[in-house]
Design a protein around this ligand. Structure first.
Ligand code: BGC
Length: 789
């Protein structure tokens, strides 16, 4: 295959990636690089290191920079001293991934994500290991790793402490494959449930998403650096390479950026830019986002990487805007930046600044990424954690009585029919960059069979046959929903915009080294479940419908008619409109893509070993028409402040299930609520609002309530906000106090003219509720003073 064919294949139909990569044409490059074995990586590619001799210097060694920082030199100064000793070629080498483009693409389409992490900015002469990137949001994508429930499922736990443990587990497994930078922290807002990658984020609310993403970051950064993605407004999939999001300053800062800011404040090492454009400029070269907001206003000190392959369109513009590393290949920058520098269209000062930011971050995180992983990757502990999260993420949406008692939990002594096309398949979510090749996943049928006295199964292809089986059982569980084919990452094969983004040829020495790396790779096992799946990049994309397929609805109806104790289990990454069938069944749970322990986790909830405590991290509408518009083919689109629960409230629409909703096997009363101003009544003085109260468990089982604190702002046109939450465990018949502290600046509003935050003043109604549409909340008004001049 020649390089031109690789390029053509990206926008021609069909894409053919079955070609032998050795046939790629190579281009001479100066100066040459050398091949060096990676001393440390287990499964990571060999290292590419430049063979350029820099001047000897006491500071020309990364370890010395680390030592200087340990002795008190600011990391940025230690980095600057090191970078000053690097040659121009070495510095440019740091500005993109170390792999060749054309061979690298071929590898990517040949399951490359799962075979080795991606190395960038490795320069041996100065001892710079660079970054070793590995996805992804539900677990490590390289090799056999623990597949956790998808991010959206974890969002439903509303439990940052649990999420931090997941982060630590993923971080430790990432280290085991030789990586030091995780792409797990995906926090784009769920603006609409049709978004194909909904499952990779935590939900529709910026505060909730920010708290959960910050928790994952904390956990990951015990062992590795974390990268938060995709900045910004990346909430539609099929159009991600072409859409320009038009968003005003208020919506951007109050809705689409606060969670990124929160995670920057948590100390995240890196940010990945989005593919889409925001306000007329691609995010990978968007000065307004990167230079002005992220670095200028937020003071972010880490490094910024592009999303993979098509994350920028202009090498010089990306450098000037503040993008540090183009990932993952030697592509646009390797091709264009040298000439741009020669012509004065790019500046060496910007090159130095980018490399310094990267090196300074590596200095800061050196102890983290070289420290002992405690505890080490422990398959058994991680399996148990995956099960705990799977059970804790199941949202009980409906649980009606049959013969006087709620259908759930089920008794363990019964015979259960487990029915449907998804009941006995491993259905762990997207098949793209977040797919995890866990070799030991359970199905829902297996999980239920391990608990129930007897289980029978039918795939439901013939609803009448399945109904006949259900009629012989004490209860029927019907598993419906989606797979990676219905929703997920989408690359597509036709995009003229990609023309002109590729090099004519790979650089020979870079290509040679990569071929040697491929030959030396430790083989990884492709899970058997993928046997029928074609290789290549993912295909799911944005959903074409928010409802179940007609056959699935027919199955639900037929089974419900045959067995009054029918429980519907929904597997999906976000909201499924259930209006047309939900009244036919007494019980419904949302069980997401539950990871390797999906079966046991679900069984824990269905049979009552775990009392459900998850809450929806988004609203479920009764009808698609209740939602804001979504156009998966858009080339430009406007994002405003109104989506999710704000949109429904604004239009007076009752959701089928509101944001924050979830049932339990017990019942709770929230009482003794008190709201008080602390430490001064204005935000400037560091004031905060303290919300206290008690949750009483009035039912027969131990359980957990999620107390949600909302704020209505003085401006009647402003959307209300979720400003705090607490998961409160309460024993049966007992009471547990709770406290939520809301810093007053969480109520600040964006001043579009001044480009800054306006401190909150005036009367704010603080609402303590069970969910966003709670008809019976506690509420109190607090008045914040004008800040003193
Ligand atoms: C995705 C990113 C991911 C990257 C590398 C891209 O296609 O958009 O989320 O981190 O691939 O795996």
């Amino acid at each position: 295959m020649r390089s031109g064919e690789v390029r053509a294949a990206l926008w021609a139909q069909p894409v053919d990636w079955s070609v032998p990569m050795a046939d790629v044409t190579l281009r001479e490059r100066d100066p040459p690089c050398v091949k060096v074995e990676d001393p440390s990586a287990n499964g990571a590619d060999e290292v590419s290191l430049k063979d350029a001799a820099g001047p000897p210097s006491p500071a020309n060694d990364f370890r010395r920079a680390v030592a200087a920082a340990a002795e008190g030199m600011p990391a940025v100064e230690a980095a600057r001293a090191l970078v000053a000793t690097m040659t121009p070629e070495e510095k440019l080498w740091c500005l993109d991934g170390d792999r060749p483009t054309l061979l690298g693409l071929g590898d990517l389409f040949d399951d490359g994500y799962h075979k080795a992490p991606f190395v960038a900015a490795r320069v041996e002469r100065v001892g710079l290991v660079g970054v070793v990137f590995c996805d992804g949001p539900r677990g490590v994508v390289v090799g056999d790793a623990t597949c956790f429930p998808v991010t959206m499922a974890r969002g439903a736990t509303w439990d940052p402490e649990l999420e931090e443990r997941v982060g630590a587990a993923i971080g430790s497994e990432l280290r085991a494959v030789g990586a030091d930078l995780s792409g797990a922290v995906c926090v784009n807002l769920l603006r609409h449930p049709a978004w194909g990658r909904a499952q990779e984020t935590y939900g529709e609310d910026p505060f909730h998403v920010g708290e959960m993403g910050a928790a994952l970051t904390r956990g990951l950064q015990r062992h590795v650096m974390a990268c938060v993605k995709h900045l910004a407004c990346n909430s539609m999939e099929n159009a991600r390479f072409s859409v320009d999001i038009d968003v005003d300053e208020v919506a951007l800062h109050e809705v689409y950026l606060p969670h990124f800011k929160r995670i920057v404040e948590e100390g995240v090492a890196s940010i990945m830019t989005a593919y889409n454009a925001v306000n007329g400029e691609w995010c990978g070269q968007n000065r307004a986002l990167l230079a002005d907001v992220v670095r200028g206003e937020w003071g972010f000190e880490g490094f910024v990487i592009s999303d993979f392959v098509f994350g920028l369109r202009d090498a010089a513009a990306s450098l000037a805007a503040g993008l540090d590393v183009e990932m993952p290949f030697r592509m646009l920058r390797a091709r264009d930046l040298g000439d741009a520098l020669d012509r004065g269209e790019a500046s060496w000062a910007d090159v130095d600044a980018a490399v310094e930011r990267l090196v300074a971050t590596l200095v800061r995180f050196d102890a983290v990424v070289t420290g002992t992983v405690e505890p080490g990757p422990d398959a058994d502990a991680h399996r148990l954690l995956a099960r705990e999260v799977a059970a804790r993420s199941v949202v009980l949406l409906r649980n009606q009585p049959v013969d006087g008692a709620a259908v759930l939990p089920l008794p363990t002594g019964g015979k259960v029919a487990v029915l449907g096309p998804l009941a006995d398949v491993v259905n762990i979510g997207d098949g793209g960059s977040s797919d995890v090749w866990d070799l030991d996943c359970t199905t829902l049928r297996e999980g239920i069979a391990a608990v129930a006295r007897e289980v029978v199964h039918d795939d439901g292809a013939d609803p009448e046959r399945a109904a006949g089986l259900a009629a012989t059982c004490d209860a029927a569980v019907v598993v419906v929903g989606y797979t990676f084919r219905d929703e997920g990452e989408f690359v597509g094969s036709s995009n003229p915009a990609f023309a002109g983004l590729f090099p004519e040829q790979d650089e020979p020495e870079v290509a040679d080294r990569f071929m040697a790396q491929l030959a030396a790779r430790v083989p990884v096992t492709r899970p058997e479940r993928l046997a029928g799946r074609e290789r290549g990049l993912s295909e799911g994309g944005d959903r074409s419908s928010l409802r179940l397929a007609d056959e699935q609805v027919a199955l639900v109806r037929a089974v419900a008619a045959a067995n009054p104790r029918t429980i519907v289990v929904i597997q999906a990454g976000s909201a499924v409109v259930a209006t047309e069938w939900i009244d036919a069944v007494p019980a419904v749970v949302q069980a997401w893509y539950g990871g390797r322990e999906a079966g046991p986790g679900l069984a824990d909830v269905l049979f009552g070993a775990v009392n459900p405590s998850a809450r929806l991290p988004f609203s479920v509408p009764a009808d698609e028409a209740d939602l804001p518009a979504f156009d998966r083919d858009a080339t430009s689109f406007r994002y405003d402040r109104w989506h999710g629960w704000w949109h429904l409230a604004r239009h007076g629409t009752t959701p089928a299930f509101p944001f924050g909703f979830g049932l339990s096997y017990t019942s709770f009363v929230t009482e003794d609520v008190d709201v008080a101003l602390e430490a001064g009544a204005d935000a400037a003085a560091g004031g905060s609002i303290r919300v206290q109260g008690t949750v009483r468990n009035t039912g027969p089982r131990d359980g957990a309530q999620v107390v949600q604190v909302y704020a209505e702002l003085p401006d009647p046109d402003a959307p209300a906000r979720l400003v705090g939450f607490a998961r409160v465990e309460v024993p049966a018949g007992g009471s547990t106090p709770f406290e939520v502290v809301v810093p007053a600046d969480r109520l600040a509003t964006r001043d579009a003219e001044a480009h800054r935050w306006r401190p909150p003043t005036g009367a704010h109604r603080i609402v303590v509720a069970r969910h966003a549409a709670d008809p019976d909340p506690h509420s109190m008004v607090v008045t914040l003073d004008e800040p003193p001049d």
